[in-house]
Structure formats: C-alpha cells, structure tokens
Design a protein around this ligand. Structure first.
Ligand code: C2G
Length: 137
C-alpha cells in the first residue's frame, strides 16, 4: 500500500495467528471508523519476541487470510513494535486502532494520527484455542 489515498485510512496491527472471531470483530470495527483499513501483520520473529512462541501459522498464510477479508484494503509486514511511527507515516494513516489490551501504550503517536483503542472480544483467544486443541483445558 502507498500513502497516496483519498478518504480516511485506518491502520491496525497484530499477529492474527489461528484467525478467530475476536480478530474478525476487531477488524470490522476498525474498518467502520474510516474508508479503508490497512493491517500490519507481525513477522514470525516479532511474534516470538512478543509472545515467547512461534506462531502456528507462518507469516505468508496469516497475511493471505487477513488480506482476503472484505473489510481489509491491504496488508504489510510489521517487523518491530518500536517502528509504529514510521509505519503510520509511510502508510499515511489517519487513525491508529489497537485492542484495549494496549490502552495508553500508543498515545504518544497522537501527533501523527488519531489513536483509538477498541474493547477486545471476551472469552476468545489464540492461546485458549491452542490449549483446547492440545486437550489442556
Ligand atoms: N483481539 C480482540 N479480541 C480478542 C482477541 C484479539 O479484539 N479476543 C484483537 C487484539 O486486541 C488485537 C487484534 O485482535 O488488536 C490482533 O490480536 P493479536 O494477534 O493477539 O495481536 P497482538 O499480538 O496484540 O499484536 O503492534 C502491536 C501488535 O502487533 C499487536
């Protein structure tokens, strides 16, 4: 995606591993805040650093799933949590949307664009799904 665009561009970030309804609801609500939604998908290395385990689905598959959604205009790779400012500028973001588990963490970027936190969907998570499949719950 380039930064040349009309209308309000919304950006969000995440791993979106073992894609589930909580991910979908977050993306649909983010998309509704503007005209197009662009999603930064965490690299396998970044996910490992964030969550202490490799993702179940590799980056190319996670990107293909998110890119295919009707509410998503485009995707790019997020390689570093600290590079948010660069990504927002590069992508021409008007709004940054994050789940409310990140509340306050990105307020310092509000000079670049509007920063919004949306409530997470309760009772669904990739970790819980993995544990359930393993028979641990
Ligand atoms: N999410 C949600 N409800 C859930 C689970 C996840 O709304 N039950 C949201 C998260 O808040 C996040 C998005 O779905 O906004 C993607 O979730 P993750 O893949 O867990 O993303 P995360 O590891 O928080 O990555 O730069 C920041 C990160 O890359 C965010």
């Amino acid at each position: 995606m380039t930064s040349r665009h009309d209308g309000v561009r919304v950006l969000t970030f995440g791993t979106f591993d073992v894609f589930h309804s909580g991910h979908l609801r977050l993306l649909e609500r983010a998309a509704a805040l503007g005209d197009e939604l662009v999603v930064g998908i965490s690299s396998d290395e970044l996910n490992e650093a964030k969550k202490g385990r490799a993702p179940v689905y590799a980056l190319a598959d996670r990107m293909a799933i998110v890119r295919a959604l009707r509410c998503v205009a485009g995707v790019f790779v997020e390689r570093s949590l600290e590079a948010k400012r660069e990504y927002l500028v590069e992508q021409g973001a008007d709004v940054l949307v994050m789940g409310d588990d990140w509340t306050g963490r990105f307020d310092h970027l509000s000079d670049v664009c509007e920063v919004r936190y949306l409530p997470r969907t309760p009772s669904v998570s990739t970790t819980a799904i993995i544990e359930q499949i393993r028979g641990e719950t």
